[in-house]
Write a protein that binds this ligand. Structure first.
Ligand code: COA
Length: 329
């Protein structure tokens, strides 16, 4: 069985256009002070007209491939995590494959909201277990601005657009960065606490009818907050225990970037000092599935994560879905 899962390259991309909290003050009844103290967010990147999830995915993928020293044609599988795909059909993975100028690979989209990247990474580990020679592109790309109700101040201040990618291959014992182990979970009974129902087959649409609120992100923030902290903490504890790792061994905690208070709460529960907790939420806001690979790519490129570090990843999102991963750099 394949046991070495090596990340050969990291890439990330965010659109040039930036929307600050001050900009939002002109759109909805909010303040920079409210957003900053409640979430830690100062700005978010927003796509320009015509820019889709696959366009951002192309940019982050090319960066990850370049770092891996691979050509698009070397890939065997493309796994895209997104809840904001270009279209219902074709999958964004197929669109990305075409934009990469390649054919033949297995292409699949994974839907697990903000946990999408970890779910996609686990999917990639499955393909590598079946075929140790596989070279899997794992990309998360989210255009949440097009699924944002810009009249709802309780959600529109929270999200941003971005993409992050990694290339995963097999490797020899001792090679790094190595995904050591992962754990994923979900609880579908809580799905309505964070949803985008519009566009799905549970709703019927008629040509020419306007879309309703269900077309956009709807969230019960306070409830989501509680479940996020509780589930990320418990799944991390379970992963550490199963791997014989103690909290003191963790060099960097990198969580889904939804809200600084959630990140901080998870860090505190683990007794991890803030200096070891990576966060870029101030600059990106919540980019859903893209948040972990964007943060990982930045943390590696800025040397926040150093060779030899043991990094604990954890995510939480709609579904509800959540997960954790241990990566040795
Ligand atoms: N600006 C100003 N006031 C706002 C506001 C905004 N953008 N959004 C909401 N408010 C108001 C509310 O109307 C409410 O007013 P009221 O007390 O007069 O009714 C008040 O602020 C408090 O709202 P509440 O929703 O209780 O705030 P909160 O402290 O729970 O913070 C979130 C709200 C959304 C920041 C927080 O709940 C959160 O981050 N939740 C988790 C989000 C998340 O992680 N989602 C993704 C998971 S993947």
């Amino acid at each position: 069985m394949q046991t070495n899962f090596i990340i050969r390259g990291f890439g990330h991309y965010a659109p040039e256009r930036i929307l600050t909290n001050a900009d939002l003050e002109k759109i909805v009844d909010t303040t920079d002070e409210w957003i900053t103290t409640r979430t830690g967010i100062k700005q978010r990147h927003i796509v320009t007209e015509g820019e889709a999830a696959s366009d951002m995915a192309l940019k982050s993928s090319l960066a990850a491939l370049a770092e891996a020293g691979l050509e698009p044609g070397d890939l065997t599988h493309i796994v895209v995590a997104t809840f904001t795909p270009d279209s219902m059909i074709p999958s964004t993975a197929c669109v990305l494959q075409h934009k990469l100028g390649i054919k033949g690979q297995m292409c699949i989209d994974v839907s697990a909201a903000c946990s999408g990247f970890l779910y996609a990474l686990q999917t990639a580990r499955g393909y590598l277990t079946l075929d140790p020679e596989a070279k899997v592109l794992v990309v998360a790309s989210e255009v949440i601005s097009r699924r944002t109700n810009w009249e709802d101040r309780s959600t529109c201040v929270l999200f941003g657009d971005a993409s992050g990618a990694v290339v995963l291959t097999g490797g020899d014992e001792g090679e790094t960065p190595r995904v050591m182990d992962m754990k994923l979970a979900a609880d579908g009974s809580l799905g309505d606490l964070l949803s985008v129902h519009g566009g799905g087959s549970a709703y019927s649409y008629k040509l020419g009818e306007p879309v309703g609120e269900e077309f956009f992100v709807q969230m019960q923030g306070r409830e989501t907050f509680k479940h996020a902290v509780r589930n990320m903490t418990s799944i991390c504890e379970a992963l550490l225990e199963e791997n014989g790792v103690v909290k003191e061994d963790i060099d960097v905690l990198l969580t889904h970037q939804a809200n600084w208070r959630i990140i901080d709460a998870v860090g505190r529960k683990f007794g991890i000092v803030p200096e070891k907790v990576f966060s870029n939420i101030d600059r990106y806001a919540n980019t859903s599935a893209a948040s972990i690979p964007v943060a990982l790519s930045e943390a590696v490129k800025t040397a926040f994560i150093k060779p030899g570090d043991l990094v604990l990843l954890t995510s939480f999102g709609g579904g509800f879905t959540w997960g954790s991963a241990l990566v040795r750099f």
